[in-house]
Structures are given as structure tokens and as C-alpha cells.
Design a binder for this molecule. Sequence first.
Ligand code: SF4
Length: 438
Amino acid sequence: MTDTAQETTGLGNYFVANYPPFSFWKPDHLSTAKEALNRPPQPDSPLGLYLHIPFCRKRCKFCYFRVYTDKNARDVEHYLDALVREIELYSQMPIVGGRPLHYVYFGGGTPSYLSATQLTGLVERLNRFITWKQAKEVTFECEPGTLQQHKLVALRDLGVTRLSLGIENFDDKILEANGRAHLSAEIYRAYGWARDLKFDQINIDLIAGMVGETWDNWKECVRKTIELSPDSVTIYQLELPFNTVYSKELRVVGQDEPPSFSVADWPTKRAWVSYAFDEMGKAGYRVSSAYTLIKGGGQFVYRDALWHGADMFGTGVASFGHVNGVHVQNVDTWEQYIAMLDKGEIPLGRALPVPPEHLLIREMILQLKTGRLESAYFQRKFGVDILDRFADGFAHLADQGQLTRTNGSVEMTREGLLQVDRLLPTFFEPQHRGTRYT
Ligand code: SF4
């Protein structure tokens, strides 16, 4: 591929969420996953819980998640019954080992699609099997247009500490063109209520490169975000994985026929994120990863735990988890998910046991996304000097100006950090390179 082609936002995955790539996870490994669940946990490994709420009001044109926009109230209740059953089954497994939950994450889809009554009922039922009273963080993702004041009161009373608002952009035309269900007035209404209710942390999600984005509008988005003064800001660069509405259009139009939309190229999206980093830096935020800025001494417990190898029960249709050194993913259709739980089975669909060498690569590449690696951490945990073990990869990226090495640490440059996902395959084992990622 030429440099120019690489810099165009074309079809395919950019974001590296895990290692080894998902395409290596197989149903054949499910017996290993079940053994892992039946073993006590590794000492000092925290335990987290992810709950996937797969409902949305509309499907955003760039969305590649397993979501449903056509389910009725009965379907939702049936799904929540299954979710409770799944968590009950997990709560009885030896892997729990008496550990309290260290973090909880309600993701989606749109968790805030659920009504206050549904949420309260769900948590009451979950509390028969688990509690998050001792958790350091309980995150709840929200689509601004689904929030009402009483729902936010319920969320705060249920113990949500980190409210994550999927704002993505402040311009109504861009929001509409990209298929978002909310408009800017709903952003301000929801944000005001959330602030008044004093959640520990409010995060705002933005996307750099939505269709229709311009420099002028992006600057306004950054300005308006700073004006709202959230505790943290997450910015993703728009990508076009294969199963989005946009990708389908790109695939059906003929070679000579231009698509009806265009997405900014990668250098432009990086320049937009870099601008946001600079402006938010002036406003008191620090860059805490390639995608996140945090104000003051704030933390993002879920991310840090995952990137340091914590266990996590991934519950809900198609959810990903990690248990005792084994990657797991649930079955990815509604019907299979409900049917397996109706039979009282944990609804795993595929798994991958991860040998220590791959666990090391996984943590190294995920932590590289924070912009900094401490070799002492890896020496302690894996007994490996990463500066030596990955010397060739670090040297290659250092030659390109993407990172610098000091005695005992590695630091990404701004340029490197802004395209870190593209650089991470440098550290993949040969059999994991050049293959389909998902
Ligand atoms: S709100 Fe989020 S999960 Fe739902 S369709 Fe849009 S991007 Fe996908």
C-alpha cells in the first residue's frame, strides 16, 4: 500500500483493543475457558464486571457494535433476566475467590436507554449475587437524549461514580448526518443535571472526523467542551470497520462512482486531536492516553485495570472478558445468548488461552497507549526487561520519531501517540501480523 493510500480513511480496523487479535479466538478453546473459571484467581489480580446493554434509539452510521434498535419492552425485560442469570452463574465460580468487584462498567449500546425503573430493578436483582459497594469506579455510558433528571438521580443512588456522555460533536447538522439520535440542546440539558447531581467524574466522548467535520467546527467542539469543564474527555478518531452503514455504502458504490460522503484523512484527524490536546492542556487537562484527557488527579480505573491484566467478566451479548489468563467472548447473537442462559449455561462463544509471552505483549502494547512504559513494572510482573526484549521494535519506532527511550522507560512522542494503534502491530508475533484483526 502506498503512503497516500494508508493515510486515507479506508475500510478496515484501526483500533487495537486486545492481543492476540480477535480472529485467533476460537470455539475450540472453550474447555480451557471453563477450566480457568473453575480455578481460584491469581494472587493480587483485581476483578471487574462489564455489562453490555445492546439497545440504541438509532444506529449511528459509523457504529460497529452489536446493537439493536427494534426491541420492545418485553424483549428488554427478557434480556435483563438473562443478564442477571449470567451474573448469578459467574458469582458462583471459583475464579471469584471472594474478591470484591474492583470496577464495574455499563457499556453499550446505550445503557441509558433503560428506564429508571428498569435500572433500579436490574440492580436490585444483581445485588442478590454481587455488590459494587467496594468498587473504585462504576462507569455508566449515556446517550444525552435518553437522560431525564430522575434517571440521573437513580443512577447516582445506584452507585454510579463515572458518568460517560456520548456527545461526539456539538453541531446538530453533523450529529444528524452521522445518524446520532441526540441533538446539542439535549447535551446541555443532560450535562447540567449531571453536574448538579455531583457525580464523582463526568466524561465527555468526542469523535474526531465525523462526516461533515471541518477545522472551524472542530475548534468550536473543543471550545465548548472546555467550557463545560468535564473531569475527563475521550476522543476517538473515526474509523470505518467493515460492518458500519458507511462501510456498506463504500463497498456497494462502483469504482468510478464517488460515495455520498467523505471522511477526513488520518493526518487531518491526528491534527484535530493534537489541537484538542494542546487546548485542553492549557485548560488544566493532562493527556492520560492516546484518547483520554483527565483533569487534576483523576483516574480511569476500568481502563487501567484492563491494561494491567485484570480479570473481567464480560456479560451481555457478544461481550469480551478475560479470566485467569484466558480471553473469552460471549456468543454474538441475541437468540443464542438468551437460549444458553435459559438453559443455565454461561454463554461463551469463543476463547483463547494466552501464554505468558503473549500476556506480556498484550500489556506492553496496551500500556503503550498511555504514552509511557515503565520497564520496572514488567520486570516485576513478568521477569522481563522490555527494553531488551522489544529492542528492535523500539529502535524502529525511535528512528521514525515515534518514541524515545530513557534508562528504564519508553515514552511516545506526540506524533507517535496520535497514531499508536497503527504502530502496535510492530510488536505482534509474526503469526499475528497481516491477518484479519477481528
Ligand atoms: S449510540 Fe453508540 S452503540 Fe449506539 S449506535 Fe451509536 S455508536 Fe453505536
